[in-house]
Design a protein around this ligand. Structure first.
Ligand SMILES: [Zn+2]
Ligand SMILES: [Zn+2]
Length: 260
């Protein structure tokens, strides 16, 4: 499973959700004693919350409860299968969690969470969903919306937990102002092609720039000085193989060599 992992659900729409809510209430009515105080209190206003409540009694009470996904209208069903199809096409891994609900009523159809197992018990890093009716409810036009909230502390902990940055593809060492400008330009162009690039920002000596490249554990190092600018080519060193070759100081050419 990818980390964090995507979970999705559909909460239906104003057309199909009232009937589902009613069916769930009917199911839970005979099990009210099992529900925690919070879920008892919101049984009338938002019975769906019992589905994702962590209390043991609520877990027991909701066992075998009707699933929202079995109660979608045809429009919501089609929308949910299209959502899954596009996730498949884009190669995004996910699982369906029919117990994922939201505390607020304005959510329609798709809801999603990014969950991680890296911070102890399974926890959500980000959670959100679609809200087709919210803008018009606030007096605006009838346009759909989507949004999510993210836990900043959890994201910070995750970043500390794992090396998400990885190693840069390229470190460009530059000597002199012209070379530094060239390095800066190449960095921008290569980054826009998806290549991760590091350079030195302090005008340090070549030796200390190469030390920095080592520290970054970059895959390739490119050294640019006055001669290289004049020739329009420079030596690109493969740091793993220890080999080097000439490349022209053009982002396209460098990207091709890095990709091969
Ligand atoms: Zn619907
Ligand atoms: Zn509960």
């Amino acid at each position: 499973m990818t980390e964090p992992h995507l979970e999705i659900n559909s909460l239906g729409c104003p057309e199909c959700r009232p009937a589902y809510r009613q069916a769930l209430k009917e199911f839970l009515r005979s099990r009210l004693d099992l529900l925690c105080d919070d879920c008892k209190r919101r049984f009338e206003t938002n019975p769906l919350r019992a589905l994702d409540c962590k209390a043991a009694g609520c877990k027991e009470a909701t066992q075998g409860a009707p699933s929202v996904l079995d109660n979608l209208c045809s429009g919501c069903e089609e929308h949910f299968s299209a959502t899954r199809r596009y996730l498949d096409i884009s190669g995004t891994g996910y699982s369906v969690n029919s117990r994922m609900v939201r505390g607020l009523d304005y959510y329609t159809r798709t809801t999603f969470e990014l969950v991680t197992g890296l911070l102890g018990s399974q926890s959500a890093v980000a959670a959100g969903g679609r809200y087709d009716g919210l803008i018009s409810e606030l007096g605006g036009p009838a346009i759909p919306g989507i949004g999510f909230a993210m836990g900043v502390e959890r994201v910070a902990l995750l970043l500390a937990e794992r090396d998400f940055a990885g190693r840069p593809d390229l470190f460009i060492a530059a000597l002199g102002d012209d070379a530094r400008q060239c390095a800066f330009k190449l960095m921008g162009e290569l980054q826009s092609k998806g290549v991760s690039v590091e350079i030195d920002y302090d005008g340090k000596s070549l030796k200390s720039q190469l030390r920095r490249s080592d520290k970054f554990n970059s895959r390739f190092t490119l050294v640019i000085g006055g001669d290289e600018i004049a020739k329009g080519t420079a030596q690109l060193k493969d740091m793993d193989a220890g080999t080097q070759r000439d490349v022209s100081l053009v982002a396209d050419a460098i990207a091709i060599v890095l990709g091969s």
